[in-house]
Design a protein around this ligand. Structure first.
Ligand code: G3H
Ligand code: 13P
Ligand code: ZN
Length: 332
Protein backbone atom coordinates (compact mmCIF):
# COMPACT_ATOMS: atom_id res chain seq x y z
CA UNK A 1 0.00 0.00 0.00
CA UNK A 2 1.48 3.33 -1.08
CA UNK A 3 -0.29 6.35 0.36
CA UNK A 4 -0.58 9.47 -1.79
CA UNK A 5 0.48 11.43 1.27
CA UNK A 6 4.00 10.00 0.97
CA UNK A 7 4.11 11.35 -2.59
CA UNK A 8 3.19 14.92 -1.61
CA UNK A 9 -0.23 14.75 -3.32
CA UNK A 10 -3.54 16.00 -1.89
CA UNK A 11 -7.14 14.78 -2.09
CA UNK A 12 -9.84 17.11 -3.44
CA UNK A 13 -11.61 18.00 -0.16
CA UNK A 14 -9.85 21.28 0.61
CA UNK A 15 -9.38 22.07 -3.05
CA UNK A 16 -13.13 21.94 -3.71
CA UNK A 17 -14.14 23.82 -0.61
CA UNK A 18 -11.81 26.67 -1.66
CA UNK A 19 -13.06 26.51 -5.26
CA UNK A 20 -16.65 26.75 -4.04
CA UNK A 21 -15.89 29.81 -1.88
CA UNK A 22 -13.71 31.43 -4.56
CA UNK A 23 -16.22 30.78 -7.36
CA UNK A 24 -13.80 29.02 -9.69
CA UNK A 25 -13.27 25.45 -10.92
CA UNK A 26 -10.11 23.35 -10.74
CA UNK A 27 -8.83 22.04 -14.07
CA UNK A 28 -8.80 18.24 -14.37
CA UNK A 29 -6.41 17.56 -17.21
CA UNK A 30 -5.78 14.04 -18.58
CA UNK A 31 -2.21 12.88 -19.09
CA UNK A 32 -0.61 9.79 -20.66
CA UNK A 33 3.01 10.85 -21.12
CA UNK A 34 5.82 13.06 -19.89
CA UNK A 35 5.29 16.01 -22.23
CA UNK A 36 1.62 16.35 -21.26
CA UNK A 37 2.51 16.19 -17.58
CA UNK A 38 5.28 18.79 -17.96
CA UNK A 39 2.94 21.12 -19.85
CA UNK A 40 0.19 20.81 -17.23
CA UNK A 41 2.50 21.38 -14.27
CA UNK A 42 4.46 24.26 -15.78
CA UNK A 43 1.22 25.98 -16.88
CA UNK A 44 -0.32 25.58 -13.42
CA UNK A 45 2.84 26.77 -11.63
CA UNK A 46 3.09 29.80 -13.91
CA UNK A 47 -0.57 30.68 -13.32
CA UNK A 48 -0.42 29.63 -9.65
CA UNK A 49 -3.38 27.28 -10.00
CA UNK A 50 -4.29 24.04 -8.17
CA UNK A 51 -4.57 21.08 -10.51
CA UNK A 52 -6.00 17.57 -10.88
CA UNK A 53 -3.82 15.20 -12.92
CA UNK A 54 -6.27 12.76 -14.42
CA UNK A 55 -5.57 9.18 -15.48
CA UNK A 56 -8.11 7.17 -17.48
CA UNK A 57 -8.23 3.39 -17.69
CA UNK A 58 -6.83 3.77 -21.20
CA UNK A 59 -3.94 5.83 -19.81
CA UNK A 60 -3.22 3.17 -17.18
CA UNK A 61 -3.05 0.52 -19.88
CA UNK A 62 -0.90 2.75 -22.07
CA UNK A 63 1.57 4.06 -19.53
CA UNK A 64 1.69 1.58 -16.60
CA UNK A 65 0.43 2.49 -13.14
CA UNK A 66 3.87 2.44 -11.45
CA UNK A 67 5.29 4.84 -13.97
CA UNK A 68 2.24 7.10 -13.68
CA UNK A 69 2.50 7.19 -9.89
CA UNK A 70 6.17 8.06 -10.07
CA UNK A 71 5.44 10.73 -12.65
CA UNK A 72 2.94 12.25 -10.23
CA UNK A 73 5.53 12.15 -7.45
CA UNK A 74 7.91 13.78 -9.93
CA UNK A 75 5.25 16.39 -10.71
CA UNK A 76 5.24 17.47 -7.05
CA UNK A 77 9.05 17.91 -7.09
CA UNK A 78 8.92 19.58 -10.50
CA UNK A 79 6.39 22.17 -9.29
CA UNK A 80 8.59 22.83 -6.25
CA UNK A 81 11.63 23.27 -8.47
CA UNK A 82 9.68 25.65 -10.73
CA UNK A 83 8.98 27.78 -7.67
CA UNK A 84 5.41 27.15 -6.45
CA UNK A 85 4.09 24.23 -4.37
CA UNK A 86 0.70 24.11 -6.07
CA UNK A 87 -1.79 21.52 -4.72
CA UNK A 88 -1.70 18.45 -7.01
CA UNK A 89 -4.28 15.62 -7.02
CA UNK A 90 -3.74 12.32 -8.81
CA UNK A 91 -7.20 11.19 -9.89
CA UNK A 92 -8.61 8.07 -11.57
CA UNK A 93 -10.91 9.17 -14.41
CA UNK A 94 -13.96 6.97 -15.14
CA UNK A 95 -13.11 4.10 -12.81
CA UNK A 96 -15.19 1.18 -14.02
CA UNK A 97 -15.05 -1.24 -11.07
CA UNK A 98 -14.26 -1.56 -7.36
CA UNK A 99 -11.10 -3.46 -8.34
CA UNK A 100 -9.74 -0.64 -10.53
CA UNK A 101 -10.55 1.99 -7.90
CA UNK A 102 -8.94 -0.07 -5.10
CA UNK A 103 -5.87 -0.69 -7.21
CA UNK A 104 -5.45 3.06 -7.74
CA UNK A 105 -6.04 3.85 -4.06
CA UNK A 106 -3.43 1.23 -3.11
CA UNK A 107 -1.02 2.74 -5.64
CA UNK A 108 -0.86 6.37 -4.56
CA UNK A 109 -3.95 7.97 -6.13
CA UNK A 110 -5.49 10.67 -3.92
CA UNK A 111 -8.88 10.73 -5.63
CA UNK A 112 -10.92 8.28 -7.71
CA UNK A 113 -14.00 8.44 -9.87
CA UNK A 114 -16.34 5.48 -9.88
CA UNK A 115 -18.53 5.76 -12.93
CA UNK A 116 -21.66 3.72 -12.39
CA UNK A 117 -23.73 6.11 -14.49
CA UNK A 118 -24.65 3.51 -17.08
CA UNK A 119 -25.86 1.03 -14.42
CA UNK A 120 -29.40 0.88 -13.04
CA UNK A 121 -29.72 3.44 -10.21
CA UNK A 122 -29.59 0.99 -7.27
CA UNK A 123 -26.50 -0.74 -8.71
CA UNK A 124 -24.80 2.65 -9.17
CA UNK A 125 -25.55 3.45 -5.49
CA UNK A 126 -24.20 0.10 -4.27
CA UNK A 127 -20.99 0.23 -6.34
CA UNK A 128 -20.29 3.87 -5.47
CA UNK A 129 -20.83 3.22 -1.75
CA UNK A 130 -18.45 0.24 -1.85
CA UNK A 131 -15.72 2.45 -3.36
CA UNK A 132 -16.43 5.32 -0.95
CA UNK A 133 -16.18 3.03 2.10
CA UNK A 134 -12.76 1.77 1.04
CA UNK A 135 -11.48 5.16 -0.20
CA UNK A 136 -12.47 7.01 2.96
CA UNK A 137 -10.55 4.51 5.12
CA UNK A 138 -7.50 5.89 3.29
CA UNK A 139 -8.59 9.54 3.18
CA UNK A 140 -9.03 9.35 -0.60
CA UNK A 141 -11.91 11.36 -2.09
CA UNK A 142 -14.49 9.90 -4.50
CA UNK A 143 -16.40 11.32 -7.46
CA UNK A 144 -19.63 9.58 -8.50
CA UNK A 145 -21.80 10.20 -11.56
CA UNK A 146 -25.51 10.52 -12.19
CA UNK A 147 -26.87 11.00 -15.70
CA UNK A 148 -25.27 9.85 -18.94
CA UNK A 149 -23.15 11.95 -21.29
CA UNK A 150 -23.19 11.31 -25.01
CA UNK A 151 -19.95 10.40 -26.76
CA UNK A 152 -17.12 8.18 -25.72
CA UNK A 153 -16.72 7.65 -21.96
CA UNK A 154 -13.28 6.05 -21.78
CA UNK A 155 -13.92 2.62 -23.25
CA UNK A 156 -17.68 2.88 -22.83
CA UNK A 157 -19.35 4.49 -25.81
CA UNK A 158 -22.76 5.95 -25.18
CA UNK A 159 -24.96 6.94 -28.06
CA UNK A 160 -27.92 7.83 -25.86
CA UNK A 161 -27.48 10.53 -23.25
CA UNK A 162 -29.81 11.57 -20.50
CA UNK A 163 -29.62 14.55 -18.19
CA UNK A 164 -29.09 14.15 -14.47
CA UNK A 165 -32.40 14.00 -12.59
CA UNK A 166 -32.22 16.58 -9.77
CA UNK A 167 -34.73 14.54 -7.73
CA UNK A 168 -32.12 11.75 -7.40
CA UNK A 169 -29.10 13.73 -6.20
CA UNK A 170 -29.86 13.99 -2.47
CA UNK A 171 -30.62 10.29 -2.14
CA UNK A 172 -27.46 9.40 -4.13
CA UNK A 173 -25.13 11.71 -2.19
CA UNK A 174 -26.56 10.67 1.20
CA UNK A 175 -26.57 6.94 0.62
CA UNK A 176 -23.14 6.73 -1.07
CA UNK A 177 -21.20 9.39 0.89
CA UNK A 178 -19.47 10.63 -2.31
CA UNK A 179 -17.37 13.78 -2.09
CA UNK A 180 -18.36 15.18 -5.49
CA UNK A 181 -20.87 14.44 -8.22
CA UNK A 182 -20.42 14.45 -12.00
CA UNK A 183 -23.59 15.52 -13.78
CA UNK A 184 -24.97 15.53 -17.30
CA UNK A 185 -26.26 18.92 -18.48
CA UNK A 186 -25.39 18.87 -22.17
CA UNK A 187 -21.63 18.36 -22.37
CA UNK A 188 -20.25 15.27 -24.09
CA UNK A 189 -16.95 13.47 -24.51
CA UNK A 190 -14.53 13.67 -27.41
CA UNK A 191 -13.80 16.12 -30.23
CA UNK A 192 -17.17 15.60 -31.95
CA UNK A 193 -19.70 17.17 -29.63
CA UNK A 194 -22.01 19.10 -31.92
CA UNK A 195 -22.26 19.08 -35.70
CA UNK A 196 -22.73 22.47 -37.44
CA UNK A 197 -26.35 21.40 -38.14
CA UNK A 198 -27.08 21.32 -34.43
CA UNK A 199 -25.83 24.92 -34.00
CA UNK A 200 -27.04 28.41 -34.79
CA UNK A 201 -24.81 31.24 -36.08
CA UNK A 202 -24.27 34.48 -34.15
CA UNK A 203 -23.84 37.92 -35.83
CA UNK A 204 -20.12 37.24 -36.44
CA UNK A 205 -20.98 33.95 -38.15
CA UNK A 206 -19.61 31.84 -35.29
CA UNK A 207 -21.40 28.53 -34.69
CA UNK A 208 -23.12 28.42 -31.31
CA UNK A 209 -24.23 25.00 -29.96
CA UNK A 210 -27.35 24.47 -27.83
CA UNK A 211 -26.68 26.03 -24.39
CA UNK A 212 -25.86 23.87 -21.37
CA UNK A 213 -28.86 23.14 -19.13
CA UNK A 214 -28.11 25.69 -16.42
CA UNK A 215 -31.67 25.21 -15.15
CA UNK A 216 -30.81 21.61 -14.19
CA UNK A 217 -27.54 22.72 -12.58
CA UNK A 218 -29.43 25.33 -10.52
CA UNK A 219 -31.97 22.75 -9.38
CA UNK A 220 -29.15 20.39 -8.33
CA UNK A 221 -27.51 23.24 -6.39
CA UNK A 222 -30.81 23.88 -4.64
CA UNK A 223 -31.10 20.21 -3.69
CA UNK A 224 -27.47 19.91 -2.54
CA UNK A 225 -26.32 23.34 -1.37
CA UNK A 226 -22.53 23.70 -1.23
CA UNK A 227 -21.89 20.26 -2.74
CA UNK A 228 -19.03 20.03 -5.31
CA UNK A 229 -20.26 19.36 -8.85
CA UNK A 230 -18.09 18.07 -11.72
CA UNK A 231 -18.41 18.67 -15.46
CA UNK A 232 -16.99 16.08 -17.84
CA UNK A 233 -16.74 16.52 -21.60
CA UNK A 234 -15.78 20.18 -21.35
CA UNK A 235 -13.38 20.68 -24.22
CA UNK A 236 -14.13 23.66 -26.44
CA UNK A 237 -12.60 22.16 -29.63
CA UNK A 238 -10.59 25.29 -30.60
CA UNK A 239 -11.24 25.89 -34.29
CA UNK A 240 -7.65 27.10 -34.88
CA UNK A 241 -6.36 23.62 -33.98
CA UNK A 242 -8.94 21.84 -36.13
CA UNK A 243 -7.96 24.13 -39.02
CA UNK A 244 -4.23 23.58 -38.43
CA UNK A 245 -4.68 19.80 -38.36
CA UNK A 246 -6.66 19.83 -41.62
CA UNK A 247 -4.24 22.27 -43.32
CA UNK A 248 -1.38 19.91 -42.61
CA UNK A 249 -2.76 16.64 -43.92
CA UNK A 250 -5.35 15.82 -41.25
CA UNK A 251 -8.97 14.94 -41.88
CA UNK A 252 -11.09 16.05 -38.93
CA UNK A 253 -14.80 16.49 -39.55
CA UNK A 254 -16.45 19.80 -38.64
CA UNK A 255 -17.22 19.90 -34.97
CA UNK A 256 -18.15 22.43 -32.31
CA UNK A 257 -17.23 22.21 -28.62
CA UNK A 258 -18.55 23.76 -25.41
CA UNK A 259 -18.23 27.57 -25.63
CA UNK A 260 -15.71 28.89 -23.12
CA UNK A 261 -18.13 31.56 -21.84
CA UNK A 262 -20.54 28.82 -20.76
CA UNK A 263 -17.78 27.01 -18.88
CA UNK A 264 -16.76 30.32 -17.26
CA UNK A 265 -20.34 30.69 -16.05
CA UNK A 266 -20.43 27.10 -14.76
CA UNK A 267 -17.11 27.58 -12.92
CA UNK A 268 -18.68 30.43 -10.91
CA UNK A 269 -21.39 28.06 -9.64
CA UNK A 270 -21.09 24.84 -7.60
CA UNK A 271 -19.03 23.32 -10.43
CA UNK A 272 -15.63 22.80 -8.78
CA UNK A 273 -13.93 20.50 -11.32
CA UNK A 274 -13.93 20.77 -15.11
CA UNK A 275 -12.51 17.91 -17.22
CA UNK A 276 -10.53 18.72 -20.35
CA UNK A 277 -8.77 16.11 -22.45
CA UNK A 278 -9.68 16.47 -26.14
CA UNK A 279 -8.44 20.10 -26.43
CA UNK A 280 -4.99 18.92 -25.32
CA UNK A 281 -5.03 16.15 -27.92
CA UNK A 282 -5.95 18.69 -30.61
CA UNK A 283 -3.23 21.16 -29.54
CA UNK A 284 -0.53 18.47 -29.61
CA UNK A 285 -1.64 16.91 -32.88
CA UNK A 286 -1.94 20.29 -34.63
CA UNK A 287 1.61 21.29 -33.65
CA UNK A 288 3.16 17.96 -34.55
CA UNK A 289 1.37 17.87 -37.92
CA UNK A 290 2.53 21.41 -38.72
CA UNK A 291 6.14 20.53 -37.96
CA UNK A 292 6.03 17.27 -39.92
CA UNK A 293 4.60 19.18 -42.87
CA UNK A 294 6.97 22.16 -42.69
CA UNK A 295 10.14 20.22 -41.83
CA UNK A 296 9.82 16.77 -43.41
CA UNK A 297 13.51 16.06 -42.79
CA UNK A 298 13.11 16.40 -39.01
CA UNK A 299 13.35 13.13 -37.11
CA UNK A 300 14.41 14.10 -33.59
CA UNK A 301 11.26 13.61 -31.43
CA UNK A 302 12.33 16.49 -29.19
CA UNK A 303 12.02 18.85 -32.15
CA UNK A 304 8.29 18.16 -32.50
CA UNK A 305 7.30 17.03 -28.99
CA UNK A 306 9.02 20.10 -27.50
CA UNK A 307 6.96 22.63 -29.50
CA UNK A 308 3.82 20.50 -28.90
CA UNK A 309 4.52 20.74 -25.16
CA UNK A 310 4.88 24.54 -25.46
CA UNK A 311 1.54 24.83 -27.28
CA UNK A 312 -0.14 22.64 -24.66
CA UNK A 313 1.27 24.78 -21.85
CA UNK A 314 -0.11 27.92 -23.53
CA UNK A 315 -3.52 26.27 -23.82
CA UNK A 316 -3.66 25.16 -20.16
CA UNK A 317 -2.60 28.63 -19.02
CA UNK A 318 -5.45 30.09 -21.06
CA UNK A 319 -7.91 27.63 -19.48
CA UNK A 320 -6.81 28.49 -15.94
CA UNK A 321 -6.84 32.25 -16.52
CA UNK A 322 -9.78 32.82 -18.88
CA UNK A 323 -12.09 29.82 -18.47
CA UNK A 324 -11.81 28.12 -15.07
CA UNK A 325 -10.76 31.17 -13.04
CA UNK A 326 -8.37 28.96 -11.02
CA UNK A 327 -5.31 31.13 -11.74
CA UNK A 328 -3.87 32.75 -8.62
CA UNK A 329 -5.66 30.35 -6.23
CA UNK A 330 -2.89 27.78 -5.61
CA UNK A 331 -1.95 29.19 -2.24
CA UNK A 332 -5.41 30.27 -0.97
O1 G3H B 1 -13.37 10.70 -20.71
C1 G3H B 1 -12.46 10.12 -21.27
C2 G3H B 1 -11.10 10.72 -21.37
O2 G3H B 1 -11.04 11.68 -22.38
C3 G3H B 1 -10.04 9.65 -21.50
O3 G3H B 1 -10.01 9.08 -22.75
O4 G3H B 1 -9.89 6.60 -22.42
O5 G3H B 1 -9.02 7.64 -24.49
O6 G3H B 1 -7.80 7.90 -22.34
P1 G3H B 1 -9.14 7.72 -23.01
P1 13P C 1 -13.36 16.11 -23.34
O1 13P C 1 -13.36 14.98 -24.29
O2 13P C 1 -14.42 17.11 -23.67
O3 13P C 1 -12.01 16.77 -23.23
O4 13P C 1 -13.73 15.53 -21.89
C1 13P C 1 -12.76 14.87 -21.12
C2 13P C 1 -13.33 14.18 -19.93
O5 13P C 1 -14.46 14.38 -19.53
C3 13P C 1 -12.44 13.25 -19.23
O6 13P C 1 -13.12 12.57 -18.21
ZN1 ZN D 1 -15.16 12.13 -18.61
Amino acid sequence: MISYKELGLVNTRDMFSKAMKGKYAVGAFNFNNMEQMQAIISACVETKAPVILQVSKGARDYANINLLRNMARGAVDYAHELGCDIPITLHLDHGDSFKTAKDCIDNGFSSVMIDGSSLPYEENVALTKQVVDYAHEHDVTVEGELGVLAGIEDEVSSAVSHYTRPEEVVDFATRTGVDSLAISIGTSHGAYKFTPDQCTRNEEGILIPPPLRFDILEEIEKQLPGFPIVLHGSSSVPQEYVKMINEHGGKLADSVGIPEEQLRMAAKSAVCKINIDSDGRLAMTATIRRIFDEKPAEFDPRKYLGPAREELKKMYMHKNIDVLGSAGHALD
